[in-house]
Design a protein around this ligand. Structure first.
Ligand SMILES: Nc1nc2c(c(=O)[nH]1)N[C@H]1C(S)=C(S)[C@@H](COP(=O)(O)O)O[C@H]1N2
Ligand SMILES: [Mo]
Length: 417
């Protein structure tokens, strides 16, 4: 075989099929977990709503084949699945980078195309690497508060994930045998006991990963894997507090809304402030009314609402961006509000807020969410009136719903009969 230009640049003596395969194995376990929790997130965001949608993206019809009625129990399920998705995703970043590093020489494989099969394989790698980078970058940008998605985050990340997973499935099929052979070629326990002095290159083979002119080792395989694991652990430590809470919250420096929670009743994470969403004092003042529609129409002031039967529930707000906060909310049951306009068994509700423009000013909730007796139009939190930033005069709280459906500054509820 002809030598590719510059092939001898890649001289690390630890690069080889075993190292690539062990990193691949971690991804093979981790990526399906991310995919499944991601699918669940999307299902929570856009549950079966009987012909109505929260994600209006055209064409997601086919990919939405699995959507179902997202349950309201257990109340912490979305908290858990989304926490795993976001923290697991961050933890896989060092593994993904190490995996890419380990196969760099393949980018320069020579000749670039050997056969039709080889061409197809390389094209699938383009989708695999491109798709992988795309889903990780869109996910990280979103949790970092950087919204730069022309097609919207949900659509971009969701479609991207399907492309990535399809390419991944093909890659796994094509590489399964090589991977099994490579993993059998060395014992992980031996590697973890092998220091720098005894580190030798893997035998040259057909994978083209092993350096033809290996350099002296500067790190053992154990050292390299330890470095990757330490990177993952550090990312977890600096972000997990935003979902786990407690003292860990102080450590969540990588989470812009991890935030320290104060003793004040309203002193917990705010996602979008009233000022950011251009909610004016006039809108939230005494002239505010809640408009209810069902079989009848009713308009209620805040004092009308406070005079209804109030209920308190301790429920989380769990955001798709990976943070969760649990608070005690007090307000009127959505089911009671539906009954006020003559709707006994609502099949859902369209929630609208006073927000004009920007995202998340409205949401559709399914019938099971309206009928759950813990679902509230909250007026108070932790014994105090809601603050403006937490949605005063009234906001939605639904058990196990993603935070994005806990609409703030609500002005109208239209119950589906
Ligand atoms: N009207 C309106 N309601 C909204 C939002 C918004 O941008 N506008 N953001 C939602 C999102 S994404 C989340 S996670 C929660 C956060 O609630 P909090 O700011 O009270 O913590 O509010 C939800 N309600
Ligand atoms: Mo959110």
């Amino acid at each position: 075989m002809n030598a590719p230009p510059g092939k001898d640049i890649w001289r690390s003596p630890i690069r080889g099929p075993w190292l690539t395969s062990i990193l691949g194995l971690v991804l093979l376990v981790g990526l399906p977990v991310l995919f499944l929790t991601g699918l669940l997130s999307y299902a929570a965001y856009d549950p079966a709503l009987g012909g109505r949608f929260n994600d209006p993206t055209p064409g997601k019809g086919i990919l939405g084949f699995y959507l179902f009625e997202w349950p309201t129990r257990p109340a912490w399920l979305f908290w858990l699945t989304q926490g795993i998705h976001v923290i697991g995703g961050l933890m896989l970043v060092p593994v993904l980078l190490a995996k890419l590093w380990s196969v760099i020489p393949k980018l320069f494989a020579w000749p670039p195309v050997r056969s039709l099969a080889h061409l197809l394989e390389r094209l699938s790698l383009l989708l695999l690497v491109g798709g992988g980078i795309f889903v990780f970058v869109t996910g990280i940008l979103n949790i970092q508060y950087v919204y730069v998605f022309p097609a919207g985050f949900y659509a971009s990340h969701f479609y991207g994930a399907w492309v990535f997973v399809a390419a991944l499935a093909l890659h796994v099929i094509l590489k399964a045998r090589t991977m099994v052979t490579a993993l059998r070629s060395r014992s992980i326990w031996n590697e973890l006991r092998t220091g720098l002095a005894d580190t030798r290159p893997e035998p040259a083979d057909a994978t083209g990963l092993v350096a033809t002119v290996p350099a002296e080792p500067t790190v053992s395989r154990r050292g390299a894997l330890g470095f990757v694991a330490a990177g993952s652990a550090l990312l977890a430590l600096l972000s997990a507090g935003q979902t786990i809470g407690g003292p860990l919250r102080r450590l969540a420096v990588l989470a812009p809304r991890g935030g320290i929670e104060g003793p004040g009743p309203n002193d917990f994470v705010v996602n979008k402030t009233a000022a950011y969403r251009r909610i004016t004092p006039a809108q939230t003042g005494p002239s505010w009314r809640l408009n209810l529609r069902g079989f009848d129409s009713v308009s209620l002031s805040r004092s009308d609402l406070l005079a209804l039967t109030l209920h308190s529930e301790r429920l989380p707000i769990a955001c798709v961006e990976g943070w969760t906060t649990v608070q005690t909310w007090t307000g009127v049951r959505l089911a009671d509000l539906a009954a006020l306009v003559g709707v006994r068994e609502a099949t859902g509700v369209a929630v609208e807020s006073m927000q004009r423009g920007g995202g998340f000013g409205s949401a559709n909730l399914a019938g099971n969410q309206v009928r759950d007796l813990r679902s509230l139009l909250a007026l108070r939190v932790n014994g105090a009136d809601l603050s403006l930033d937490h949605g005063f005069p009234a906001r939605i709280i639904v058990p196990n719903a993603p935070g994005v459906h806990c609409t703030k500054w609500v002005s109208r509820l239209t119950f589906w009969t």
